[in-house]
Design a protein around this ligand. Structure first.
Ligand code: GLA
Ligand code: ZN
Length: 651
């Protein structure tokens, strides 16, 4: 098990390095991550490579038995490269060049950037391939983060047209599939196809979705090229990863494809960042872990765990004592096996002066240092528990092409995909049952329950898989706007909605209405929920039940049809939640489902998370108090933000 910090020795006087390493050691560390932004230090002039600084640092680390994860430095290229080859710089939607000065301003389709990246990566990995202390390589840093996944430069435009030419038989097929007859947009050749840059009104939905597919192709091609070089030259003892940033559903690349070439997934866990006045919800934090565990379907590392307040020009919430430690316990509970805290000492110069580290700018080893030390001293006792696999009965499905379709056409100004996924994820999270968060393309036949939030794009093949899952006894919960589109991002033609799942849902949808995030549609319970009154926001499908039972209907003088339905199909059950129902309404449905499906779960007070892990016959429960109050779970008292592992809890 590796535990430690992200360390930037190049930021500090060389005479502090030994003292730093001593302090890192006394923290309880056995690993540091270094190098991911130090390209200029390693290649101060084109073709002049110099690794002597890091050679010396690594030798000092080895004396303290501290191993290394080394980051390839391509997220921050040298100024000399930008000056010599400005074509490496990406452009925003207005065609403005992203100036040298921040980071990640490179274009993934720049042939020159791909060449220089390959060179520094090859030189670096060749230099350290036999270094026993370097046990892992991190490729680049947080691909696509901070808006870097989009570029509208000429290189991208040309590559996009070539991408389309490879995808379609000929320009006529593209015209047909896009429906370019609409507004007379028919192309005679691929070189006429634009990027979806600013125009009057908006572009074709098919063009926009292909553009998103191209963005993902561009980023992942660059990532895989670099990964192949690391694989070619690294030592057999060295593993490969890249670190996934938060906001993973707001990125223009398919993360499963990005990570498929890596040995393991790494994640940067920041429950609060920048000007946020409070952390994201405990469920939202947990979603991040379950998403990353789902990428390679195995446990993962965290290579940036928050300890101090973080931000660039604006910061916000300061984690309360033991709260960051509790977030670490939560991460370990959800499948993290190795953890590095960001960062050893807060940097006094440069853009991240306000990213507070484990150690203060004044080099004071204070509360944050002691909190990390305490976490490290405790968690090492559970190393084998953390290595155990997590078995989930519930899976939440997502699909990047569907997410991109929503991002281009929000339909309701209250729609946000992550929030809609959380609407279905949170009720099961609160029942303390493990949840897998996986792509819809993954085999989901082994689960008992599928939560399928806002999946617009369903084709015949996926429809058949849902049907088979239900026939075999599975439970599916679809939410609104399910199955309205095909993979060209076009509305299904002559298909009564929800497309390809009409039979299994036992409903038809002929009328819809977008609600804002503040508008509410009143709904009232029927059948088992008779007498319940609730409301919905964001969207409502006006459902006509065919074989389905009505669980809630709209309390509306004009459209009083069904809002939420339940249909028996084969040996299974299919729920359709046709509107943005409130959390407690969803929680009632989720509780009924886990009981009917005999899914292990535990009810706990809001803010108390109980995560079960098993090692052989033994059970362990990770308890996290996400609140500022003293809480009691069963007979266990938890102080504010306390976290711990217990081996037995009352049933
Ligand atoms: C991200 C980056 C780091 C640093 C931190 C600051 O996760 O990976 O380089 O910028 O945020 O919080
Ligand atoms: Zn570009």
């Amino acid at each position: 098990m590796y535990i430690g910090v992200d360390y930037y020795p190049e930021h500090w006087p060389e005479n502090m390095i030994e003292e730093d390493i001593q302090g890192i050691k006394e923290l309880g560390s056995n690993m540091v991550r270094i190098g991911e932004f130090a390209w200029h230090l390693m290649e101060p002039k084109e073709g002049h490579y110099d690794f002597s600084f890091f050679d010396s640092v690594i030798n000092k680390l080895k004396k303290q038995n501290i191993d290394v994860m080394f980051g390839t430095p391509t997220a921050t290229f040298p100024a000399w490269l930008a000056k010599q080859h400005p074509s490496i710089l990406s452009k925003d939607e207005n065609g403005a060049v992203r100036a040298f000065g921040g980071r990640r301003q490179y274009c993934f389709n720049s042939p020159l950037y791909r060449k220089y990246s390959a060179q520094i990566t090859e030189q670096l990995v060749k230099h350290y391939c036999s270094e026993e202390a370097i046990v892992a390589w991190q490729v680049d840093n947080e691909f696509g983060h901070e808006g870097s996944d989009m570029c509208y430069c000429e290189q991208c435009h040309k590559e996009f047209q070539q991408f389309l030419e490879r995808k379609y038989k000929d320009i006529n097929e593209l015209n047909e599939k896009y429906g370019t007859i609409f507004w007379g947009q028919t192309y005679n050749e691929f070189t006429e196809v634009p990027m979806p840059v600013k125009t009057i009104t908006t572009h074709s939905p098919s063009l926009k979705l292909d553009w998103a597919r191209f963005r993902s192709f561009s980023l992942n091609r660059y990532a895989h090229e670099q990964t192949a070089i690391v694989k070619k030259y690294k030592g057999d003892h060295q593993l490969l990863t890249t670190n996934v940033s938060g906001g993973f559903f707001d990125k223009w690349f398919d993360h499963e494809e990005n990570l498929e070439v890596m040995d393991f997934v790494s994640y940067d866990n920041y429950p609060v960042w920048g000007g946020q006045t409070e952390p994201i919800t405990p469920a939202h934090i947990a979603l991040g872990h379950d998403f990353n565990r789902g990428l390679l379907h195995k446990n993962f590392w965290i290579v940036e765990e928050l300890m101090g307040a973080q931000g660039h020009d604006v910061i916000g919430y300061l984690p309360r004592p033991n709260q960051a430690k509790m977030w670490s316990y939560q991460a370990f509970a959800h499948g993290c096996t190795n953890m590095l805290y960001f960062r050893w000492r807060g940097m006094t110069r440069g853009a991240e002066q306000y990213c507070y580290g484990v150690v203060g700018h004044d080099n004071h080893y204070g509360r944050r240092y002691k909190e990390v030390q305490s976490l490290f001293s405790e968690i090492v006792h559970y190393e084998h528990v953390l290595e155990s696999d997590i078995k989930s009965d519930v899976a939440v499905l997502y699909d990047y092409e569907n997410i991109w379709s929503w991002r281009f056409q929000q339909q309701s100004e209250g729609f946000d995909f992550t929030q809609e996924l959380l609407r279905g994820y949170t009720p099961f999270y609160k029942l303390n049952t493990p949840i897998d968060v996986i792509p819809a393309s993954r085999d989901f036949s082994s689960y008992k329950v599928l939560v399928v939030p806002a999946l617009q794009i369903i084709d015949e093949e996926l429809g058949k898989r849902f049907t088979e899952f239900t026939e075999n006894g599975g439970v599916i919960i679809f939410t609104f706007r399910t199955g309205i589109k095909d993979k060209q991002n076009n509305i299904h033609f002559k298909q009564t909605l929800p497309g390809y799942v009409k039979e299994i849902t036992g409903i038809e949808i002929h009328e819809v209405e977008a609600l804002s995030s503040t508008q509410k549609a009143a709904i009232k319970g029927k059948g088992p929920y008779e007498g319940e009154e609730s409301s919905a926001s964001v969207w409502r499908d006006i459902i006509t039940p065919v074989t389905a039972e009505v669980l809630y209907e709209y309390d509306d003088p004009f459209y009083n049809q069904a809002a939420v339905t339940k249909n028996q199909f084969g040996r299974g059950t299919v729920y359709y939640v046709g509107c943005g129902i409130e959390e407690q309404t969803f929680e009632k449905i989720a509780l009924d489902i886990v009981k009917q499906q005999h899914i292990e779960h535990r009810e706990s007070e809001d803010g108390i998370e109980v995560y079960p892990r098993k090692l052989g016959e033994k059970s362990y429960y990770f308890l996290m108090n996400h609140t500022s109050e003293v809480k009691v779970f069963k007979d266990i008292v938890l102080q504010p933000y306390e976290s711990r592992v217990v081996e037995n809890i009352q049933p």
